[in-house]
Design a protein around this ligand. Structure first.
Ligand SMILES: Nc1nc2c(c(=O)[nH]1)N[C@H]1C(S)=C(S)[C@@H](COP(=O)(O)OP(=O)(O)OC[C@H]3O[C@@H](n4cnc5c(=O)[nH]c(N)nc54)[C@H](O)[C@@H]3O)O[C@H]1N2
Ligand SMILES: Nc1nc2c(c(=O)[nH]1)N[C@H]1C(S)=C(S)[C@@H](COP(=O)(O)OP(=O)(O)OC[C@H]3O[C@@H](n4cnc5c(=O)[nH]c(N)nc54)[C@H](O)[C@@H]3O)O[C@H]1N2
Ligand SMILES: [Mo]
Length: 677
């Protein structure tokens, strides 16, 4: 039995290290790796399920081609690549390289993904995407205010006296963080959760406040006004490091009493929270990504961050704004904030972009050239994109779709050719994180099953067939040894990182600040923390100070706010097909409050129809005391054949800044599905 230290490459805060034991090319055991101080307890249930996932009989391990009857037929890798090469060349000749969409999702992180970009550059460009479905409104809010996006190391939470978990559900989405929060609580810190739902995280909190979705900006600004009025602010900190305090003060108009009407949070709780933030520091605020998936999401994050700024809770142990820590996130240029903007002035290989948020619409209306083909890797856009009905339609209108996938997802099912994708244990890579401070090496510990090829090999062989003239430094020859050499060269720019060190175990990010911003350097235009940001106004047209604007919801026809958060057993649309997950965790269902269920005659287990002007889905209901009246919750990532597909009801709407997707600004109605027979 051989043993390796490895790391989970899924798009998740935790980025858990673990050890894996392998025998005869089979994954046998998975254990915690305590050397990673951020994830000493080992992976979550999804990580443990890799034993099943890697060797799952449902995995696609041979290329498949869709026949004229719509069924898939196994073909050889050579035949698949031959067909793809021919088709890509013909599209390029007839319509130009930008007639092909190169779409990459977040299914596998790592440095090696850069190779895909190189191929498409070599193809002569392509159409790619701008914006991001995940976190950009908040990223941009933090960047505009603090200059860079980082936070203290996870274990520093133990130094906080007050922890406010605001629109994040780490008990499901960042389970490693809950260990540090629990330890802080044992030491006497207060834990406050602000979430419309009573989440699993809230079960372990001292106080739960449940605002109406999208009203958190008003809540934060009301708290700010109390802090200022009661002089619970840190004037020395403000005078030394903050730009725009007076403008911010002058803009505050929402009192706790006003806010009670807006958010539903009693004014008394708002005063109480202001006292806690002002008097019981150090305060760490942990805002989540669900929180900013609203059309006012960026301004909301800026408003919440103002509470740290007013009280000097930045740059100190136990204090901070833990939105994202990009200190170890040094390789994923694909997901770096700057690269979201088509005019970012970077070396953009692709001249044309379509929006992630309005993917279907943009594919359909693309002109000069029209889109004719698509290449999808590491993503499941048919399920995960807003307005997914339009995305499906736009895909079915394309001449040629290639999907690189491990399983028959809703997106793979739309492909003309499916190429089987590698998984975690089958190619070496280096992985950063947006929460943990470590950079981790992920070794190839088994060979690819069947005819699976990592993307790097697919592209190498395709480039050969297509006669593309590729630089071997950018597109290495197949074989994991070549990938290791490529990695070694690629990290040479980071003096403190070497492959041989990384092979011994996780390495702290080069130049890591354990306590972020403790040098009080802020890379903003003024060099100060910008409560007033001219750039925010210039770039996005929003008020230069944090503000609150209400959501535009049509409550009469569609009275229920529809939330689609993440759940413990999945990373978005992954893992739900595995037996370990299915047999140990509750099946996902649409959760609604007892009162909303009662008024519609709905019981747990009933099939219900959820609908609005965009479409409808049929799913299973569960009555839940965790969901307040007026809200219905169906996790995102549930496959269509399991009663999922919430994105069929969610319009493609941008967040105020960052070009994110305002998934949670969605209103629906529900009724029992058999009502119309
Ligand atoms: N197990 C698991 N872990 C994951 C993922 C996963 O799919 N599964 N996905 C990873 C990824 S890519 C991401 S982006 C993160 C996301 O993880 P989180 O940041 O935790 O985000 P969500 O689960 O989308 O939403 C968090 C909470 O926001 C609440 N919320 C929604 N709207 C509002 C609002 O207006 N105000 C307030 N106060 N709260 C609101 C929801 O009720 C929900 O409980 O998790 C990562 N980790
Ligand atoms: N309604 C609603 N929709 C949402 C969200 C929400 O909160 N609500 N959240 C959004 C967010 S935060 C995110 S990050 C996105 C996530 O959406 P996506 O980025 O589409 O992520 P996944 O659903 O995890 O799908 C990733 C796919 O990649 C495949 N895969 C894994 N490894 C590899 C590999 O090495 N190569 C290839 N080719 N494929 C691989 C997996 O099998 C999986 O099918 O969803 C967004 N969609
Ligand atoms: Mo995400």
């Amino acid at each position: 039995m051989e043993e390796f230290i490895t790391v989970c490459p899924r798009n998740c805060y935790s980025t858990c290290s673990f050890t894996v034991q392998v025998e005869n090319n089979i994954i046998k055991h998975i254990y915690p790796y305590p050397g990673n101080l951020a994830t000493p307890n080992g992976p979550c249930i999804k990580g443990l399920s890799y034993i099943e996932r890697t060797h799952s009989p449902d995995r696609i391990i041979h290329p498949l081609r869709k026949t004229s009857t719509g069924k898939f037929k196994q073909i050889t890798a050579d035949e698949a690549l031959e067909r793809i090469a021919e088709k890509l060349l013909s599209l390029r000749e007839k319509f130009g390289p930008q007639s092909v969409l190169f779409y990459r999702g977040s299914g596998m992180s790592g440095l090696v993904n850069e190779i895909s970009n190189s191929f498409w550059k070599g193809f002569g460009g392509a159409t790619t995407t701008y914006g991001n479905l995940c976190w950009p409104a908040g990223l941009e809010a933090v960047r505009l205010t603090l200059g860079t996006v980082k936070h203290n190391v996870p274990w520093d939470i133990e130094n906080a006296k007050t922890i406010i978990i605001w629109g994040k559900n780490p008990a499901e989405t960042n389970i490693q963080e809950t260990a540090f929060i629990a330890r802080a609580r044992e030491k006497g810190s207060k834990v406050i959760v602000i979430d419309p739902r009573r989440t699993l995280t809230a079960d372990h909190a001292d106080l739960l406040l449940s605002p109406k979705p999208g009203t958190d900006g008003a809540l934060a600004l009301a708290i700010a006004s109390v802090l200022i009025r009661k002089n619970l602010i840190d004037s020395h900190f403000i005078n030394s490091f903050v730009k725009g305090f007076n403008d911010f003060c002058a803009s505050l108009t929402i009192s706790p009493e006003d806010c009670e009407k807006i958010s539903g949070i009693p004014a008394g709780n708002i005063y109480e929270l202001a006292d806690i933030i002002g008097l019981e520091g150090p305060v760490t605020i942990i805002p989540g990504y669900g929180l900013q998936r609203h059309i006012n999401g960026g301004q909301t994050i800026r408003a919440i961050l103002s509470l740290n700024i007013l009280t000097g809770n930045i740059g100190k142990p136990g204090a901070g704004f833990n939105y994202a820590n990009l200190q170890s996130y040094i390789f994923d240029t694909v997901k770096e904030p700057q690269s979201y903007y088509p005019d970012a002035g970077q070396d953009f290989p692709f001249r044309r972009t379509v929006s992630m948020t309005n993917l279907g619409r943009d594919i359909s209306i693309a002109k000069d050239p029209p889109l004719k083909g698509a290449w999808i890797e590491r993503g499941n856009p048919i399920l995960q994109s807003p307005d997914s009905g339009t995305v499906r339609k736009s895909f079915s209108d394309l001449e040629f779709v290639v999907v690189v996938e491990q399983f028959m997802t809703d997106t793979a099912a739309m492909a003309d050719i499916i190429l089987p994708a590698r998984d975690i244990f089958e190619q070496s890579d280096i992985i950063g994180s947006y929460w943990s401070p470590y950079v981790c090496y992920k070794p190839a510990v088994i060979t690819c099953p069947g005819e699976v090829m990592p993307e790097s090999e697919i592209y190498y062989r395709l480039a050969k067939k297509m006669g593309l003239n590729m630089d071997p430094g950018l597109l290495p020859e197949p074989g994991n040894d070549n990938i290791e050499k490529w990695l070694e060269t690629r990290i040479k720019g980071y003096s403190s990182l070497t492959l041989s060190d990384l092979k011994k175990g996780p390495v702290l990010a080069p130049g890591l600040q354990e306590i972020a911003y403790n040098d009080m350097k802020f890379e903003t235009p003024s060099g100060k923390i910008e409560l007033f940001s001219s750039e925010a106004h210039r770039k996005w047209g929003i008020s230069p100070v944090p503000g609150y604007s209400p959501l535009e919801s049509d409550n009469e026809k569609y009275p229920l706010c529809f939330l689609t958060p993440n759940i413990a057993g999945r990373i978005h649309s992954q893992f739900g097909n595995l037996d370990l997950i299915r047999t140990t965790l509750q099946e996902p269902a649409a959760e609604l409050s007892p009162s909303d269920a009662k008024s519609r005659g709905i019981f747990t287990g009933d099939q219900i129809r959820m609908f609005n002007d965009l479409g409808e889905i049929i799913t299973t209901a569960r009555i839940s005391h965790r969901v307040p009246a007026g809200i219905i919750v169906l996790p995102n990532g549930i496959w269509l054949n399991e009663g999922g597909g919430g994105n069929l009801l969610i319009a493609g709407r941008f967040t105020d800044i960052g070009m994110g997707a305002a998934f949670h600004d969605t209103q629906v109605q529900v009724e029992k599905a058999d009502k119309h027979g």
